[in-house]
Design a protein around this ligand. Structure first.
Ligand code: C5P
Length: 226
């Protein structure tokens, strides 16, 4: 049990159209953040979870995570990557880090097993991902189809994403210093010239983003055998 999970949870969740940030919406008796973090802590290889929360956060202190002995918090940043960096900088003597969105409470422990197996044997880390199912179009700014993009090699990038801690820290710092766009951890590693591995994960590992996602997450949490 020597993997640390970093959970960025400092977003405001604009697309959710709710006054409460989405990670604090409740499913059953727990917030999404609690579901997510408790699921990670259920995995035997994850020793601690570091959660990045925003400085003005009024909700975290009301969760059961506040007094959890395997949970630490750090200050989040302006963008998701800043929040992750803040978490990484707080770690000492950590070999492996797994970054997982607060808004993905339905991740299965089997998928985490598969990710760990791949990341620990592949030099540049690994991410959970899901093959694209729909036909993909590239659109113009005014909404006309420019082209159909071959979907054979397209994947949805999910989380967790797992890397050597020092490698990810350096890649993220370099990318942010150069002002490059970093929407997930793998993209920072890619910008450093390396190629993380894609590990097929389950499509039920959704990121709660829009109001209709809540019903879906509720369903997956009620049925899923983690
Ligand atoms: O907005 P999006 O759904 O891409 O956010 C993904 C995750 O990153 C969420 O768990 C959100 O709370 C987190 N985040 C963060 N700090 C930010 C922006 C987003 O920790 N500044």
């Amino acid at each position: 049990s020597d993997i640390i999970a970093v959970v960025p949870a400092a977003g405001v969740g604009k697309r959710m159209k709710s006054s409460i940030p989405k990670q604090y919406l409740k499913i059953g008796d727990k917030t999404i953040l609690e579901h997510t973090v408790l699921r990670l802590l259920d995995h035997p290889s994850i020793s601690h979870v570091v959660i990045a929360i925003s400085d003005g956060d009024e909700y975290f202190s009301q969760t059961c995570l506040k007094h959890h002995d395997r949970v630490r918090i750090v200050s989040g940043g302006k963008e998701r990557a800043d929040s992750v960096l803040s978490g990484l900088k707080s770690l000492q003597n950590t070999d492996w880090v797994m970054v997982h969105d607060a808004a993905r409470p339905c991740v299965a422990l089997d998928d985490i097993d598969a990710l760990i197996a791949e990341a620990t044997t592949h030099a540049d880390g690994a991410i959970l991902a899901c093959p694209v199912r729909d036909t993909m179009k590239r659109g113009s700014a005014t909404g006309e189809i420019n082209e159909t993009v071959c979907r054979e090699q397209l994947w949805h990038a999910l989380t967790p994403q797992m890397f050597n801690c020092g490698q990810l820290l350096k890649a993220l710092e370099d990318a942010l210093n150069k002002g490059l766009p970093v929407t997930d951890e793998a993209s920072a590693i890619e910008l450093s010239g390396s190629s993380p591995k894609l590990v097929t994960g389950s499509a039920s590992n959704i990121k709660v983003t829009q109001p209709e996602d809540l019903a879906l997450a509720t369903f997956y949490l009620s049925t899923a055998c983690p």
